[in-house]
Design a protein around this ligand. Sequence first.
Ligand code: CA
Ligand code: CA
Length: 415
Amino acid sequence: MLTNVGFAFSQGRITLKNASFEENESSPGVTPNGWLNVGALQTSPPDIQPGQFEVSLAAQHGDRYVGLVTRDNNTWEGVGQVLNGSIKKGSSYGFSVWLSRSNVYMSLTPSGKMVNFNGPTILRIWGYNTRTKRDELLAESAPVGHSKWVKYNFVFKPTLDDYDEIDLMAYYAPGSELKPGNLLIDNCSDIEQTADESDTGRGMIETPSDEIQFANPSFERAGRYASTTGWFVWQDELEASPSIEPGHSIKEGEKSAAEGRFFAVLLTDEGKSHSISQNIFPALKKDTTYAVSISLSRMKKFKFLHSGVGYKYHFSSTTQVLTKRTYASKKREAFDDASQQLCIWGVNHQDSQAELLAQSPLIDHTEWKTYTFHLKPQSFDCQQIYFSIQNNQDKNSKGHLLIDDCSLIRKLTGI
Ligand SMILES: [Ca+2]
Ligand SMILES: [Ca+2]
């Protein structure tokens, strides 16, 4: 009797190799030791995190974890492992894993655009029989939209075959098909046979409260123009392009940043305004109040440099195309005849409408000051935020505003 119990126990528990992804150094495009790369052919393997693509979340267990992405060309990453044993048709198994999503995962799309792979994903767990080549989707998680580690518990029961390999795959969360996303995985449990056959297939989670993080919130990512640095840019028929300073129109040492070294400059001219925007995740919810802080300043004199090469942008909610234009010669043009205010807009992607969520006062100071804004969408959820500038008393004025150091967007409760 005792022997039988012991036998059943050893049959019923499978320990994964390198289950916490500790055996490799942090590195882009590395298949973890003991695992297989089961992503699409001719695409890069997963990443050992943190430290790659601006992912900074500390490991849930040990020092490292694996990062998987979903791409805009219908491919996604995954890791698989041939098991030391197999999971049996008709038996139930318990398995847990810690999952998260990084708010920032800056990388190139297959077509070469630098974007933030921060969309939500789900984890799909597949069983695979290396002999019969049969596979089966054993379980999938709820959407992983949070940026903290959450333990997901799964119970699964193979129905078609026995499986001696399991594959952990990132896949688009419902409604986020073809969105660049990421899934962080750490600390896989043993796979353990269980008598519990309830709730087969779907992970159970507690959703933590969340904060929304801008990519490149302080404009420190190197790049001459904002568009290559995690922000979308719209120049509204202005001849000039929004710039990152110092280094373009402002000389090094002429104006220090509020935080770090660099800041962004928006211009306005006769009611046309530059704007910079980002898709955010999770979306701002209608009738919910959020707070964000942003540092603002201006220059007494500001002359934009139209240099020998400029860029013109075509813009949509998710993509941006730059075309180069060449100026005959360098010229400087003043954009400093009136103070400007920052406008913060929320955009709903389904109906492409924007709602003005908050405005600063007119910024007439040349030192940096931090303003805290309350954002409460009244009309719809907002998947995108953009900043523009104006002077509401002098709409035709020609001016500029310096922006730096955007905080996390925090949900406020009780308001
Ligand atoms: Ca780990
Ligand atoms: Ca900065």
